[in-house]
Design a protein. Structure first.
Lengths: 209, 209
DNA sequence: AAATGATTTAATCATTTGTTTAAATCAAAA
DNA sequence: TTTTGATTTAAACAAATGATTAAATCATTT
């Protein structure tokens, strides 16, 4: 009995296919990517794709699930902590997200698209800890209406702003760069600046709304 | 000599095709939409599509161009005005954008996607007045570093925040709605709230950055 | 009414695309 | 070495897809 017989020295085909698929799917979306393209990018034969993953759709499902997890997992760990204040959580979330997005710049658009065309399936891609954390955070936001004079900002605005300020520049990077004449290096610097800036903005936003 | 012989009473085929194409393209993107689908949605024969517009790609080009113009035109008119302050311009822009996006909720994702995969073509879809206006506004932003104590916020941040706060909720609407249990009606109300809120947030952001 | 030219249709073509099949190749076990 | 089972390949299939063709239909002009 053998578990695995690695034939090629470099990297086994399964991993190469997944890597190629992830790159292409996140870049161009499901429909625009052809199976032959994935095979070529992976440097393997077309039939291998269906041998390892039963179909294009199955392969996509896997990529999608992993991307989603990567997207959610950045938060779930630290967000369950009861002792952290909302502001501290925002700091941690923004920091961790921007770091992750600098490595995976086209994750936002990919996920926005996929969920946009399949809103129902969102729940399936999320594990329970993630859901629990989200509930907790929203609860914490709602019950945070403490000693403020003015009425509390709707938690939708707070979530939308936090996520929007963090994620949007990545989704719009090509436009922004082209439109404002900024190259990839400057972009990275600016995004790193935002790790500190966004929490400040969020704070003043929540205080004098 | 005839200009046009409108056969069908309701609406001529050309317009119906364009309308169907716009709906489907903006919903699912170029590759995911099939010519037969457009024909069915428009309630016409497949060959008509190629009769009026030479090909799927040509049809898409038209939809894309019109969408882009719709997106840019909201701004170009009022933004050339020298006498308006930056803050007043922000108020006008946010107001006008949100109004337009409530009518066309999937325009943002559509444009982000298309430009994301074809950054070079961005310039072609923009007319000169639009470019002029953009230059002017950025110039106004840069030279606005007046009497502030702290150093001025990079204009990239200002643009990114203004556009992000305005547009992102629409791009992420399906996720947000699903995740936070908000229906379309509430969503519209919240977006309308943001017409007033975003300019306030932008102000405090630019003052104590 | 007949002619004209625009509009619309059904049928077909050629290519692309996802998937399958049957055979070849290779590494490890017997 | 031979066998065994996993891995890889070339070739082919069936359906989907963008586009074309040739004929039919309709509204208007003559």
């Amino acid at each position: 009995m053998k578990k695995k017989t690695t034939r090629s020295i470099d990297q086994n085909a399964e991993a190469k296919i997944k890597e190629a698929a992830r790159k292409l799917f996140t870049q161009k979306g499901y429909a625009a990517v052809k199976t032959r393209e994935i095979a070529a990018e992976a440097g393997i034969n077309l039939a291998l794709l269906n041998y390892y993953f039963r179909s294009k759709e199955k392969l996509f499902e896997i990529i999608m699930m992993e991307s989603m997890q990567q997207f959610m997992q950045s938060i779930s760990i630290l967000f369950l902590d009861e002792k952290l204040s909302v502001h501290r959580k925002i700091e941690l979330l923004v920091e961790s997200y921007i770091t992750m997005l600098l490595e995976n710049p086209n994750l936002p658009l990919f996920i926005l698209n996929e969920i946009g065309s399949n809103p129902k399936k969102l729940g399936e891609h999320m594990d329970n800890p993630t859901k629990a954390m989200r509930e907790k955070f929203i609860g914490q936001l709602k019950s945070n209406a403490g000693g403020n004079k003015k009425q509390q900002l709707h938690y939708f605005h707070i979530m939308a702003n936090m996520i929007g300020l963090t994620i949007f520049p990545f989704a719009a990077a090509p436009i922004m760069q082209q439109l404002m004449g900024i190259d990839k290096k400057e972009f990275a610097v600016l995004m790193t600046e935002r790790k500190k800036l966004i929490p400040l903005w969020m704070k003043s936003m929540m205080e004098n709304s």
